[in-house]
Structure formats: structure tokens, C-alpha cells
Ligand binder design. Structure first.
Ligand code: UN1
Length: 495
């Protein structure tokens, strides 16, 4: 019997009013059911929103520093339970233990950042145009925030949203991805144990098309924070944005690394391997294209193929494994479809391109690390986000062409350039059109206290991470205090 998990609504662990349940399956071993989860519906979301509304006044009126102290305890508990959370996460999501430990660490860092940030929810004082009048701004919470998160960072991404939302004084309805609901449930347990008031955090499990949609459509949800595909993000933006809700979207990527002819090729190789195949390519920051200067192209490609062959696939819980499974069979089929399209459209498959089988891999959703050459803008595998272990290697004849190729995409999350030429590095930082650029580092590995987000189809201009996240989860309020004792008309009405 697998464990029966619950929703958390209005201060109680409860089943869904739908009466339906779904299973959470280990992607490395389909016979291992992590648990069964209630499938939330519109009624559940209604109750969750009502509870969050009820909790809002007490929570917003609690001193921000007291809310921050709760975040400190959240960090402490996550730290104490790090290994347990990492193992559960690997079991339900598949990525290797070193990576799930890193994912939990990102949550710990985000909690401790929130602790500090609570004392820095500052406004400004600004001189008045009139005598005996004091002007200032403060930040106020938004109200009830809907938080919808993906499965690739089952703990870290929820913390990026939940912690600044709560620390800023909002209450929350949280819907985690259906592929990773167990880690999310544990996170809510941790928040409650640390002292978040029971009605301030509500957890509703279920699929995006039903549960997520109910949150996005709800008239009393004041803001939505979503990480996922650009296609879903556009729908959310149209619906919630149409109701003038504040919407923060972190969407797809088609990130590239440039390898210049003067680059340290050993360093570049390590960075590309980690960027492309870490998390089995399932990061929105994953390196899915590498643009290599023609002078070093043959050498780099040969070394890349050899090194990729050495990567070991297996259960993320086992020592010495580099790549876990992809999230489920549907994802594996979709990745394989991209690979076939890639070959049909003229890409040259030089490694992988198959389901990985044998050696204990048959009961999971494993896909071989895959490399294409001869990929050009306009091909499907160049233009679309694959979200799997598939890397396109491209050739550039110059720095200018490399930058043009890097920018030849509708996405703009992360990017990287390997070079030892300071001029090339600074030109790249200026001319690459992405939200994040690394010099001599891989496209993945954002730090939790830095702004995170992208341009073009990657998002709608907001940033997560660090202090920037707090701007989204609060609004500016402008305050005037007139202590002249007379009616002072503003200058516009005076002249
Ligand atoms: C994501 O894949 O949605 O920068 C986020 C990184 C991670 C976050 C990735 N810290 O690779």
C-alpha cells in the first residue's frame, strides 16, 4: 500500500471533494508508487481561497520581522530534514541525489534570505513640493496569491515563490506539479511546523488543466506566480491578465553556450556536459545548443562525444550515476519524437537518440544522452524547448556569427560564453539578449539571492530570486502627511 497523501485546506488535511485520486510514480522504477494524492477541483480551490482570505488580515498585520523569524525556522527545519527531503525528491522526480540535495539547499538559502529580507521591506521618503508636508512610500501585500509550480525543482521553485509571498504578508493557495506532489506536501508540513498560521497556506493537488485553471480563474485570487511552459504561460497571462491580476511567468528556454577559439576547452567541456545533461536536460536553464568556433569545432565535438559516452544512467539514488530518468513515459515519447523530427529535418544524430534499456533501466523512463550536429535555426529541434537530454552542436565562423546564432531564438533565459578575451566577454554580456549570461560557466546554476528570469518568450518581465522577487509580491503605496494645519493645494492646482 502506498501512502495516501492529503490536500491542506482551511487548516485541515483533507481529501478532495471530487473523491478522485491520482498516483505519484517513481520515474526510475514504475513499480514504485510514492503515494496517492487527492485530485483537487473547483470546490476545493474555493474553500482554499476563502481560508486564505480569512487569514490575510492577521497575517499582514503581524510585524514583518516576526514573519521573518518564522522563515528562519523554516530554513532550520529544512536543513535538519535535508537528506530526507532529497531522497524523497529523487524517488518521485528522478534526478540524482547530489542534485536533489542542491535543490533542498536552494530552499534553505531562500528561507534564510527571507529572514533577512523581512527587515528590508523598505519604501522611500521623498521631499514634498509643499511646506510642512511629508511624503513616503511603503510596500503592501497583494492579498491571496496563487502559486503553480513545476516538477523539475520540486522544492526549490516552490520556495522561490512561497517564501517571498508569505514574508511580504500575502496568504497563499499552492498547487504543485502532479509529478512531484510529495515533496510539496512535506514543504507545507515544514511551513506549518515553523509557525505559518494554518489558514495562510493552502495546498491543493491536481492537474493544471483542472486545479490550476480553477486557481487562475478564481475572482478572489489577486496574483498568480507560475513556472512552466510558454504555451501554458500565455494562456494564464491572457486569462488572469484579462482580469487585471498581477502575473509572474517563468517559462521556457532554448539556452546556448558559445565556445570561442581561445577558450579553455577542458573547462568548456565540463560546463557543457553539466549544462546539457545535468538534471537529464530538464532545466529551463539547460544548455540545449552549443555554438563552437570553427577553429576548435572538430576537437571540441570529438571530446564532447567521448565524454558524453562515459555518463552513467541509472536510479538517482545509486552512487556513481550521472543521469537519472526523465520525468515520465509521456515526456520520454515527446523527447523521442523531437529526435526523429530532428533527423528528418536534416540534423545529424551523432550520439544517442534512443530509449536507454538493459542494466536495470527497463522499469523506468530513461533516455540516452543525445547529440546532434548540423542543426540550424528554423529546424524544430533548434527552435523548440525539448526539456530532455538532447544537445545541438552548431558551428560559427566568428564571434559576431556566434552571437547572432545564440540570439536566433524566441526564448531568452540563460546563456554562456567561454572565452579568455576580455573584449569578447564584455561584448557578449552586452549583446546577448537573455535574462542571464554566464562568462566561463555553464548556463545552469543560478544563485538563490540573484534575480532570475528571462526575456522574449521566457517570461513577462518579472524576476524571481533575491530581493527582486519581493517586488512582485508587494505593491507600492504612496503616503502624504500634511502637518501644516491648512488646506495646501498641490502645486498643479496652485500655479
Ligand atoms: C528551472 O529550471 O526552472 O539555474 C530553474 C539553475 C537552477 C534553477 C533552474 N538554479 O539551473
Amino acid at each position: 500500500m502506498s501512502k495516501a497523501y492529503m490536500n491542506y485546506i482551511a487548516g485541515e488535511w483533507c481529501d478532495s471533494e471530487s473523491g478522485k485520486r491520482f498516483d505519484d510514480i517513481n520515474p526510475a522504477d514504475h513499480g514504485d508508487v510514492v503515494g496517492s494524492f487527492p485530485q483537487g477541483n473547483v470546490q476545493d480551490v474555493d474553500r482554499a481561497v476563502a481560508a486564505a482570505q480569512e487569514a490575510f488580515d492577521d497575517w499582514r498585520l503581524m510585524p514583518a520581522l516576526t514573519r521573518g523569524e518564522i522563515m528562519k525556522r523554516v530554513g532550520d527545519i529544512l536543513l535538519a530534514r535535508k537528506e530526507e527531503l532529497a531522497r524523497l525528491q529523487t524517488r518521485e522526480m528522478g534526478k540524482v541525489l547530489v542534485e536533489t540535495r542542491g535543490d533542498v539547499q536552494e530552499g534553505i538559502d531562500t528561507a534564510y534570505f527571507a529572514f533577512g529580507q523581512a527587515s528590508r521591506l523598505t519604501g522611500q521618503t521623498i521631499p514634498s513640493e509643499l511646506p510642512n508636508k511629508f511624503n513616503m512610500t511603503t510596500r503592501i501585500p497583494l492579498g491571496v496569491v496563487g502559486i503553480i509550480t513545476p516538477w523539475n525543482f520540486p522544492l526549490a521553485i516552490p520556495t522561490w515563490k512561497l517564501f517571498p509571498a508569505l514574508t511580504s504578508g500575502n496568504t497563499v493557495v499552492f498547487k504543485p506539479a502532479s509529478d512531484t506532489p510529495a515533496t510539496a506536501t512535506l514543504l507545507v508540513e515544514v511551513l506549518l511546523e515553523a509557525g505559518i498560521p494554518p489558514l495562510a497556506i493552502n495546498l491543493v493537488h491536481g492537474p493544471g488543466a483542472e486545479t490550476g485553471k480553477a486557481i487562475v480563474d478564481h475572482p478572489h485570487i489577486d496574483a498568480i506566480s507560475f513556472t512552466g511552459s510558454s504555451a501554458v504561460g500565455k494562456v494564464i497571462n491572457a486569462t488572469a491578465g484579462g482580469e487585471l491580476k498581477r502575473v509572474s511567468l517563468e517559462l521556457g528556454g532554448k539556452n546556448a553556450a558559445i565556445i570561442m577559439d581561445d577558450a579553455d576547452l577542458d573547462l568548456a567541456l565540463e560546463g557543457v556536459l553539466w549544462g546539457a545533461f545535468g538534471t537529464t536536460g530538464q532545466r529551463c536553464t539547460a544548455t540545449s545548443r552549443v555554438i563552437v568556433h570553427e577553429q576548435v569545432y572538430d576537437d571540441f565535438l570529438e571530446r564532447l562525444i567521448e565524454a558524453t559516452k562515459q555518463l552513467r544512467l541509472g536510479s538517482g539514488l545509486d552512487d556513481g550515476v550521472d543521469l537519472g530518468p526523465v520525468i515520465n513515459d509521456a515526456a520520454r515519447d515527446r523527447i523521442h519524437q523531437y529526435v526523429q523530427t530532428g533527423s528528418q529535418e536534416g540534423g545529424k544524430l551523432v550520439l544517442g537518440g534512443r530509449f536507454a534499456q538493459g542494466d536495470g533501466l527497463d522499469s523506468g523512463s530513461f533516455y540516452e544522452p543525445t547529440i546532434f550536429t548540423d542543426v540550424l535555426p528554423g529546424m524544430t529541434i533548434h527552435d523548440e524547448e525539448i526539456f530532455g537530454p538532447v544537445l545541438a552542436v552548431m558551428k560559427a565562423t566568428s564571434f559576431t556569427e556566434a552571437i547572432e546564432l545564440l540570439n536566433a531564438t524566441d526564448y531568452g533565459l540563460s546563456s554562456s560564453i567561454y572565452t579568455n578575451d576580455v573584449q569578447a566577454a564584455f561584448r557578449a554580456m552586452r549583446d546577448i539578449h537573455t535574462g542571464i549570461t554566464y562568462v566561463n560557466g555553464p548556463t545552469i546554476g543560478a544563485e538563490a539571492h540573484m534575480p532570475f528570469g528571462g526575456v522574449k518568450n521566457t517570461g513577462n518581465g518579472h524576476r524571481e530570486g533575491g530581493a527582486a522577487a519581493y517586488e512582485f509580491f508587494s505593491e507600492v503605496k504612496t503616503l502624504y502627511v500634511d502637518y501644516s494645519g491648512t488646506l495646501q493645494r498641490a502645486q498643479i492646482d496652485n500655479r
